[in-house]
Design a protein around this ligand. Structure first.
Ligand SMILES: [Zn+2]
Length: 296
């Protein structure tokens, strides 16, 4: 249910820019300090205002509050906002929260940037409430504006930052792996560039590569030429088998083909299990179960 802001907008008349700065800082700190949900909602509804360029004091909307919850990983608050306001919590925030007029809704990209996989999962669940399939796709696949993140989508960011759990959540909920950024690169291109640029987090990057391959039956990407021109380098970087698939020299193994069929029919709840498995692995419990592509 959307908030009725009428009362607060009238209250806001007497708020100066300075008062707004003070109250918005107080709200920021309250979320950062992980204060209880009821208290945050009380502050948001009655005390906290931010100042808009056109000289107007505004109460924080659920979508703006969710951005704060994302930044500070306040999972209970994010849960509350998404439960109570559903898709309104994922609506476009007001101008002062955006880079420019071309900015799209920032929540998914912010969740990936800060690696807030639990809140991202809650957001993906909320997407089910979107009646309009086009609107849902837009939220998953839109590019951020050219000034921020080079016009990339959330999937590109997950590849750039090597965030396998976020990548899997996005792919599993219908993000398109063939979408290109403003440079014309697919998420797979970004990931391969990351792999060639640095050895850091190589294991995690290979897990990301495994997930992407599962969701990309047609391997359409720009880096393929580069792979074919430097076979020795690329088979060392991603392993001989992955190199052969990606360069088109041989079809993916039966295992990958079966897994593709499975991922197409797997319910969202089971994606959770895979994501949790990733977390366990990161904490040092070994034996990867995911479709990791191993090096040589
Ligand atoms: Zn911009």
């Amino acid at each position: 249910m959307p908030l009725d802001l009428g009362m607060y907008e009238r209250r806001a008349d007497y708020k100066s820019e300075k008062q707004c700065q003070r109250t918005s800082l107080a709200f920021y700190q309250a979320v950062r300090d992980l204060l209880p949900v009821w208290l945050l909602e009380d502050i948001r509804a009655t005390e906290a205002f931010h100042w808009e360029d056109e000289g107007r004091a505004c109460a924080f909307s659920p979508s703006e509050a969710l951005l704060y919850a994302l930044v500070h990983d306040h999972q209970q608050y994010a849960h509350h906002l998404l439960q109570r306001f559903s898709m309104h919590a994922l609506a476009m925030p007001s101008a002062s929260f955006r880079c420019c007029a071309h900015s799209a809704t920032p929540h998914v990209a912010v969740a990936v940037r800060y690696n807030r996989k639990n809140i991202l999962k809650m957001m993906m669940d909320t997407l089910k409430d979107f009646a309009d399939e086009g609107e849902k796709k837009l939220l998953l696949n839109h590019r951020v504006c050219a000034h921020a993140e080079g016009g990339k989508t959330a999937l590109h960011l997950a590849c750039d930052l090597a965030r396998p759990e976020c990548l899997l959540l996005l792919l599993g909920h219908g993000a398109c792996p063939y979408v290109t950024d403003r440079a014309g690169d697919t998420p797979l291109d970004c990931l391969l560039q990351q792999i060639s640029q640095s050895d850091m987090d190589m294991r995690t990057k290979r897990v990301c590569l495994g997930y992407l391959v599962l969701f990309m039956p047609a391997l359409r990407f720009r880096m393929r030429t580069e792979l074919r021109e430097n076979p020795a380098l690329w088979s060392r970087l991603i392993g001989e088998q992955a190199f052969q698939w990606l360069s088109g020299q041989c079809p993916p193994s039966l295992f990958v083909q079966c897994m593709r069929n499975v991922t197409r029919s797997v319910p969202d709840e089971q994606l959770d299990i895979v994501v949790r498995g990733e977390e366990e692995k990161k904490r040092g419990h070994e034996s990867p179960r995911g479709p990791q592509i191993k090096g040589k």
